[in-house]
Design a protein around this ligand. Sequence first.
Ligand SMILES: [Zn+2]
Length: 162
Amino acid sequence: MKCIHCHENEPNKESGLCDNCEEKESSKINGILYLPALGLCLAAVLAPINFIKYLNMLSGDLPGYVAYYLYLGILILLIDLFITYFTVWSFFKKKKNIKKVIIPYYIFNTVVTLYFTVFASYLFKMPLDTPDIRALTSAAVGLIFWTPYFLFSKRIPVVFSK
Ligand SMILES: [Zn+2]
């Protein structure tokens, strides 16, 4: 019997893989890490779309406070765009410092979401709608679930080691 992956070395009984291949397998972005990976891919697509959407709203005659709301919103989205792409890059390059990148990303993501949902609802006296609730839920999941996962999971330093 040889390793089921490289067909060269002696395999370990449980996995059928040799030490070398086991090590490679454990450093892959797989299993539960597919979820934050998917979230980051979605964010990478949505961030520029959102930015352009709010930029387009600036044209026309806007009351002063609406214009200020949009200016600040566009600035926040521009920062969000940079943070998102830097996080996506660090994640898929499996950078060692992923914790220092992805945790501020989840925190900033929550701030952005609050600005465009709760704050907008307060400012324009409009109730929160279903997409707002969905956005708030997804930001909360990032903050409440993924932040402790990236901080404490033993897999994180194994996968993100470059
Ligand atoms: Zn092998």
